[in-house]
Design a protein around this ligand. Structure first.
Ligand code: HEM
Length: 532
């Protein structure tokens, strides 16, 4: 992804890029399903009743390579989920380089995996991230830490991120950032030859995402939406991209290659840059807080102040936690907003309905409060439908290490890697009628069965809860969900209050592609026409 979320890397395994696959170790390219990893002790698999991973259907490594490079699925991992589900059914095995995994693509089977994920779920192991942290003597953080230690960190991060009431405290600062976004859109459209078009909207929304999350985390404005982007911000952005690109190369390369090939060194450098920028911002805020307290002022602030003053995380854990929150919180929201605006521009009816709703709750460009948002069901439906069609993290993972797992009528030993194909589940006609169409109404269960659907329930207003899990699920689910929703709801409502959005004349249909996240395959250029 041009502007990638680090969090997404751990979810990337099943959708390895062309680049990565070129870098595969030769010894890893065997097509056989590894019985080594899924070695079945006869007693515990209830011999005769349950099948094992070896009985699962699935592509050979050469078939996978054929699909990826001959059939062109290398950057369409989301569609590969659907194709393989059609070919093999809702559960199949696959192999990428040295990694074996079990893919599940129906909501029922995804639910079964999650129900057995254990007390401390792991998405995927990240030995190379851990190695970097050991090398630099850093704390492990959310993505590397496991077991009760991971849970301890989550328990500290959760309250001020996941509780609706707590997140509402960030509304004023998010509104400031949305105000800057509106200013930026105005500037860009007024400079364009037709005085309307903003080109490559996703890039602008990336800056918005970056500014929004850092305003909340670091309690400081980085100036991403200004003309001149500060140097440290550019360094952080470049480091995010480098780290993610290199991360999936490094994990597949043998250790001996590190002294010959440049990847490991560059990976370390990218992490150093990320960490350095975050550390500086944390230290700056710490110094400000100390000064405040020395002068007798109360230590008031937002997320970082809470982390620093709660005394529940070490300073090293705070550094890595804010770095990881930052990584997870930028291009997830920005890509979702890009897709939402893309569809609104193409669907006049949906856009006007949304505008009417926003106007009725907040007339005259009044800024919505969090209370107002609860009276905007259509706004929420637009975001949900966007996340259903384009779940920006299109596949999730669970590495079940605590217990053996039974899914469908298959038995799996401890340490099986599951790939939760929730893109395929969210695009299944059995769950969502007219699954490929953008129909926000399907989320408004107050409406009578409508003309948009060939049939009513189930499939239109009703679906299995695990067929729509864009933020993941359970205790390991996305920590930034509430903040992301608030950012997206404020940004979208205020953009639609002010502008009518249209595609450029003759603009092509933009398909998604997978580059870690599900992103537009080409720039989205939209015309923003002032409503007044
Ligand atoms: C549209 C916006 C977003 C989407 C679709 C999204 C999606 C996800 C998904 C699917 C996961 C994996 C959950 C699981 O394994 O069950 C996740 C984890 C995570 N997300 Fe988000 N996310 C979004 C926004 C954010 C934001 C704004 C932040 C930061 C404030 C954030 C930070 C994280 C972190 C740190 C994790 C890892 C949690 C852990 O492993 O304990 N995300 N996200």
């Amino acid at each position: 992804m041009g502007c990638r979320s680090a969090l997404a890397w751990p979810l990337r395994l099943p959708a390895l890029s062309t680049r990565t696959l070129r870098a595969l170790r030769p010894e890893a390219s065997s097509a056989v399903w590894s019985r080594r990893n899924l070695n079945v002790p006869a007693a515990s698999r209830q011999e005769g009743k349950l099948k094992t991973a070896a009985d699962l259907p699935g592509p050979s490594w050469s078939t996978t390579l054929y699909w990826l490079f001959v059939k062109g699925y290398a950057d369409r991992g989301h569609l590969l989920q659907c194709l393989q589900k059609r070919l093999y059914g809702p559960i199949w095995r696959s192999r990428f380089g040295p990694f074996d995994m079990v893919n599940v693509a129906s909501p029922e089977l995804i639910a079964q995996v999650i129900q057995q994920e254990g007390r401390y779920p792991i998405r995927i192991e990240l030995p190379h991230w851990k190695e970097y942290r050991d090398l630099r003597g850093q704390a492990y953080g959310l993505h590397v830490e496991t077991g009760p230690e991971w849970y301890r960190i989550r328990s500290v991060l959760n309250p001020k991120m996941l509780k609706l009431q707590e997140v509402s405290a960030y509304a004023p600062v998010i509104h400031q950032v949305v105000g800057d976004l509106l200013g930026r859109v105005e500037l860009l459209r007024s400079r364009s030859p037709d005085r309307a078009t903003v080109r490559n909207l996703a890039a602008e929304l990336y800056k918005f995402g970056f500014e929004g999350i850092s305003a909340v985390l670091f309690e400081t404005r980085l100036g991403c939406l200004q003309e001149e982007i500060p140097e440290d911000t550019l360094r952080f952005i470049a480091a995010v991209n480098n780290m993610l690109t290199l991360s999936d190369i490094v994990i597949l390369m043998p250790r001996w290659s590190r002294s010959i090939l440049p990847f490991w060194k560059r990976f370390v450098q990218a992490w150093d840059d990320l960490y350095d920028v975050a550390q500086k911002l944390v230290d700056r805020r710490t110094a400000e807080l100390k000064a405040q307290m020395c002068s007798g002022e109360p230590a008031e602030g937002m997320y970082l102040t809470y982390l620093l003053s709660s005394d529940k995380l070490s300073r090293a854990e705070i550094y890595i936690s804010v770095t990881e929150l930052m990584l997870g919180g930028v291009d997830t929201t920005s890509n979702t907003l890009s897709w939402a605006l893309y569809h609104l521009a193409r669907d006049r009816r949906v856009q006007e309905r949304l505008h009417r709703e926003v106007e009725s709750v907040c007339p005259d460009e009044q800024q919505p409060t969090t209370g107002d948002l609860s009276r905007m069901p259509y706004l929420k439906a637009v975001i949900k439908e966007t996340l259903r069609l384009y779940p920006v993290v299109h596949g999730n993972g669970r590495f079940v290490s605590e217990n053996e797992v039974v899914v469908d009528n298959y038995w799996f030993p401890k340490k099986t890697q599951f790939h939760l194909c929730h893109y395929a589940a969210a695009h299944d006609e059995a769950e969502f009628t007219k699954a490929e169409d953008f129909i926000p109404e399907r989320w408004l269960n107050v409406e009578p069965p409508s003309r948009h659907a060939g049939r009513a329930n189930p499939g239109f207003y009703q679906h299995h809860p695990y067929s729509f899990i864009p933020f993941g699920v359970g205790v390991r689910g996305c920590v930034g969900k509430r903040l992301a929703e608030m950012e997206m709801h404020f940004a979208l409502s205020r953009l639609i209050q002010r502008y009518k959005v249209e595609p450029e004349d003759g603009a092509p249909v933009v398909e998604p592609k997978t580059r870690t996240l599900l992103i537009p395959s080409e720039p989205i250029n939209l015309r923003f026409l002032p409503r007044t």
